[in-house]
Design a protein around this ligand. Structure first.
Ligand code: NAP
Ligand code: COA
Length: 263
């Protein structure tokens, strides 16, 4: 159930890098449902075309790699020629796999940093002069930015860099451009969780650790993106919004808070 009204983004242009699957596709769909003209970009052209068809509402799916500044810039110029200047740009492309640092080649480490962090710089740097006033830029980051996680040296380093990039750009690009991040918790049915999540009994324990006792839904991240891009967030910039059921607060599995101190 959405708190946002139909037509809220009528006539607005939304560009989602990495929007051809998972969480970012969910974000793209939500903006399209609210009236926006939406473009999604990923490496695989067939996946991009399928995503555009799934989004509907005249959405466009393009193929380019966020590691290639010229390619991502050309995609944006194409969208601006077709739809007009952009109002919302989401940078969500990412790569990840579990590996200890000693199991990662220099190229493996570089690959993830290149997609996540350099890709976000490319997307945001490339869009700046193609934006309408009062634009909203959103980077999709992760808890690894703040909490170190074994087997995740590449993603921790990359996402930490994204959080700082968000803050610096927010300082440099106000007042007409707001720059924020969303840090999703574990989101059900995604490639990210297929790659990283524990299985079986360990998965049940994982739920217990989360204050809200469940994984999140793609739509819950989409709603946060809509909020950050709406009038309601007009004084919000440089923030990282955790949408994670409290996951980053720590392990909530051992607490019995059902009884007060005085019996
Ligand atoms: P996903 O389905 O694998 O989405 C990744 C998207 O990025 C796809 O559209 C992919 O399409 C695209 N992509 C990958 N490399 C690219 C590149 N070099 N250039 C352009 N596009 C590229 O992943 P997800 O699990 O939904 O995650 C989406 C975002 O949420 C990521 O930023 C992730 O770090 C973040 N996140 C996810 C979770 C979770 O629970 N899943 C939790 C915290 C944060 P192609 O493969 O066709 O390029
Ligand atoms: N363990 C250790 N190293 C790994 C690895 C793993 N599981 N998977 C890939 N690598 C290494 C490769 O061996 C290569 O290093 P090398 O050249 O020294 O051998 C390097 O990483 C790059 O791999 P490559 O397959 O060439 O990269 P790519 O650009 O085609 O794909 C990935 C990027 C590896 C991140 C790929 O997993 C991907 O495309 N992911 C996108 C989807 C995704 O991860 N979604 C979840 C988002 S949270």
């Amino acid at each position: 159930m959405s708190a946002f009204r139909d037509g809220l983004f009528d006539g607005k242009v939304v560009f989602v890098a990495g929007g051809t699957s998972g969480i970012n596709l969910g974000i793209a769909k939500r903006f399209a449902e609210l009236g926006a003209k939406v473009a999604v970009v990923g490496r695989n052209p067939e996946k991009a075309a399928n995503a555009a068809a799934e989004i509907g509402h005249g959405a466009i799916g393009l193929s380019s790699d966020v590691r290639d500044y010229g390619a991502i810039r050309a995609s944006m110029e194409h969208i601006v020629e077709t739809f007009g200047k952009m109002d919302v740009v989401v940078s969500g492309a990412a790569g990840n796999f579990l590996a200890p640092a000693l199991g990662m080649s220099a190229n493996a480490f570089r690959t993830v940093v290149d997609i996540d962090l350099n890709g976000t710089f490319n997307v945001f740097r490339g869009c700046h002069d193609l934006l309408n006033d009062n634009a909203s830029l959103i980077a999709i980051t992760a808890g690894q930015a703040v909490n170190p996680m074994a087997m995740q040296a590449h993603a921790c380093a990359a996402k930490a860099g994204i959080n700082q990039l968000v803050r610096v750009l927010a300082m440099e690009w106000g007042p007409n451009v707001r720059v924020n991040g969303i840090s999703p918790g574990p989101i059900a049915g995604t490639e990210g969780m297929a790659r990283l999540s524990p299985e079986g009994a360990d998965r049940a324990k994982h739920f217990e650790r989360i204050p809200l006792k469940r994984w999140g839904e793609i739509d819950e991240i989409a709603e946060a993106a809509v909020f950050l891009s709406s009038e309601s967030a007009r004084y919000v910039t440089g923030t990282i919004l955790d949408v994670d059921g409290g996951s980053q607060l720590g392990d909530a599995s051992r607490m019995d808070t059902s009884k007060g101190l005085s019996g």
